[in-house]
Design a protein around this ligand. Structure first.
Ligand code: SF4
Length: 111
């Protein structure tokens, strides 16, 4: 495949997303690295940044809401303090030093 992302490129992508949205990145470096690796793998496998905590449903079209930053992150981060994967945290949540917890996956709500 011609357009492959490296770990570093994906890392920069997550930093740009966090900066643009006013979010923080998960401060647990091992956890963070695993998610960045997952995102890189998904990009190189599917051609887009499919959420590293979710499976493809078969096409970019169907997966679109689950492309990072997913549509649900905009509601999960204000509500729970972090996205489904806990890659991104609200700044308030990050400052609180609380541990992210398992939250419901909105992808299959109302389906
Ligand atoms: S849950 Fe987090 S990591 Fe997954 S797509 Fe949404 S914003 Fe990205």
């Amino acid at each position: 495949m011609s357009h492959q992302k490296t770990f570093e490129q994906t890392k920069v992508f997550t930093e740009m997303v966090a900066h643009k949205q006013g979010w923080a990145l998960n401060p647990d470096s091992t956890f963070y690295r695993n998610l960045v690796e997952g995102l890189t793998l998904n990009y190189n496998r599917y051609g887009y940044f499919l959420c590293p905590c979710r499976d493809t449903e078969g096409s970019r079209e169907i997966d679109k809401p689950a492309i990072c930053p997913c549509v649900w992150s905009k509601v999960d981060i204000p509500e729970y303090g972090h996205c489904f994967c806990a890659l991104y945290l609200s700044k308030e949540f990050a400052e609180s030093m609380k541990e992210p917890r398992a939250i419901p996956d909105r992808r299959y709500e109302n389906k």
